[in-house]
Design a protein around this ligand. Structure first.
Ligand code: SF4
Ligand code: SF4
Length: 316
């Protein structure tokens, strides 16, 4: 029988304000999950060890935590696999990141639920209600299949760089749910949703680090959903309000007109007011050959790039 060591984050606000770490050893069968390991430690060694869980089957999403720094569902993670990955070291277990711990591995999820509610995660159909039901084709549902798999475990929030920098960022899961409804053909609020999700702390604040896609245990790919929401914002004509949206549009225009990125045009497009203040500095850089010419450079195979760009669905 293998024996494993667990180095667990502890926080017991009833007995003291300090976080500390505690090491436990456990002899166990080879097929033990991380969640079952923590529950056995709680039952057999330390009844004060707090963890949130429910289904044990990767459905409820409540046992998300960090194992050796990576966010996982504890019920989906095998102890022996974690040891194989870390070279047999003690397994470090921490609460998910970007949330305040309440007790040991349990965090305050209230901000997560507030953000989830803020995207209006429900259908708002237009027009009178049908006599029976609103029928949707399989093909239409396929478009939102990925986002419909979200179990609201918040693993993506734990890894999100934008959230680490801005606690008000709406975040990957909530935006994935936003896309799930904005792209549902039964919904009648597409323009309103595009405005709601494109504002401050929304779609355009994502840094595209891709960690949410990497760590999502259900393959939701929330970053992809955020990208598709950006496309909806373009199509619904609400893309000029935010600097992030203008930045993305400058890339698009640059590619369409020159076949490559024109960095000199990015700044005035993205932030027209600030760029005027920076004009003397920009001119000095140009005169010293330190900035590319603002006159669009056209690559030789521009026609080929334009053919590729025809596949880009956004309208400008
Ligand atoms: S998108 Fe994935 S990681 Fe994020 S809450 Fe949903 S299931 Fe969890
Ligand atoms: S890709 Fe965007 S939403 Fe996903 S983790 Fe990175 S910053 Fe957050």
């Amino acid at each position: 029988m293998p024996t494993s060591t667990f180095d667990i984050f502890r926080y017991q606000p009833d007995t003291g304000p300090e976080h500390f770490r505690q090491t436990y050893e456990l002899e166990h069968d080879a097929d033990l999950t991380l969640l079952d390991a923590v529950l056995r430690l709680q039952n057999e060694q330390d009844g004060t060890l707090a963890v949130r869980y429910s289904c044990r089957s990767a459905i409820c999403g409540s046992c998300a935590c960090r194992a050796d720094g990576k966010t996982v569902l504890a019920c989906m993670s095998q102890v022996e696999d974690l040891k194989a990955q870390n070279g047999g070291q003690p397994i470090k277990v921490d609460p998910i990141g970007n949330f305040e711990p309440l007790k040991d591995l349990i965090v305050d999820m209230d901000p997560f639920w507030e953000k989830f509610k803020s995207v209006k995660p429900y259908l708002v159909p237009d027009g009178p209600a049908p006599e029976k039901e609103r029928i949707v084709s399989k093909e239409a549902m396929q478009k939102i299949y990925n986002e419909s798999k979200c179990i609201l475990c918040a693993a993506c929030y734990s890894e999100c760089n934008s959230l680490a920098a801005d606690a008000d960022y709406v975040g990957p899961a909530a935006l994935a749910w936003g896309y799930r409804f904005a792209a549902d053909e039964r919904d009648g609020q597409r323009t309103a949703r595009a405005k709601l999700y494109s504002g401050e702390h929304g779609v355009w604040d994502c840094t595209r680090c891709m960690y949410c896609n990497e760590r999502c245990p259900k393959g939701v790919d929330p970053r992809d959903a955020i990208e598709k929401l950006g496309g909806i914002a373009f199509n619904e004509g609400v893309s000029w309000a935010d600097a992030g949206a203008r930045h993305a549009k400058a890339f698009l225009i640059s590619m369409r007109t020159g076949g490559k990125l024109n960095e000199t045009l990015l700044v005035p497009f993205t932030n027209p007011i600030k760029s005027q203040l920076d004009l003397p500095f920009a001119l000095r850089m140009l005169s010293k050959g330190k900035a590319p010419s603002p006159i669009p450079h056209r690559i030789k195979k521009l026609d080929e790039v334009k053919k590729l760009m025809k596949n880009v669905k956004e309208t400008i």
